[in-house]
Design a protein around this ligand. Sequence first.
Ligand code: SER
Length: 285
Amino acid sequence: MVPPVTVEELRQTFLRFFEAQGHRRIPSSSLIPYGDPTLLFTTAGMVQFKPYFMGLEDAPAPRLTSIQKCFRTTDVEEVGDESHLTFFEMLGNFSIGDYFKEDAIGWAWLFMTDELDIPVERLWATVYTDDNEAFELWRRLGVPAERILRYSAEQGNYWYSGEVGPCGPCSELHYDFGETPGCAECEGESCHPDVGCGRFLEVWNLVFMTYSQDENGEKLPLPTQNIDTGAGLERIAAVLQGVRTVYETDELRGVLAEAETITDRIYDPDGDPGVLAAQRRRLGS
Ligand code: SER
């Protein structure tokens, strides 16, 4: 089997993989959430499924998969680094009271390592501080203990759909590009995904959606235990295409090329952004 390379191949491979595991394919919903006063924009694949998680409506099937168009105002300040976009697409698989941690973790691993053929030694996992079950599940798949990190809510391993609504502890997968110049600050062994040295890219978040937070900040159990996963389409495409930034994937490279033409500047993530394309041409670079 040839792993997908282009963004479109990746979309289709993801949906087919989860359909084969019994998921129903659901189209992306609008960027403006329907009937949800808690959110201005659709920020994740789970947004259109919130009434199912909360037990307010019956889901069309207990296992769902989608590719959701997302917009995150909270990412605006980070746009321009290697991995943040305002508009992006989220690959997701969801369980509404059906499977839980074991299958969610097992399928994420199978998809990354088998379907996409990403080398296992490039993948690191994180689990919520006290989530020994998720830790053991990654271990059983062969992830070495030193590549499974326990992160707190402050480090991003507790996911909230908004100030009120479904939430739960989560477990992430990170891709390791290998040491970068930024690692000089990491002092060797303390280098890990949360340091932000540019060595790691978060590619998938698996949320064990078990609570709903109310207006007072109180967490009440949801009627069922659910799964909400979100993988970054553009980020995984960057990994598959061997580029360091989401802007260099086949989908966005054309937009960059147009921006280069309009601004007469060459995009170079490592270079001086002020160097005019005309100057570079004169310099022969
Ligand atoms: N809702 C989670 C997130 O956005 C997983 O899909 O990260």
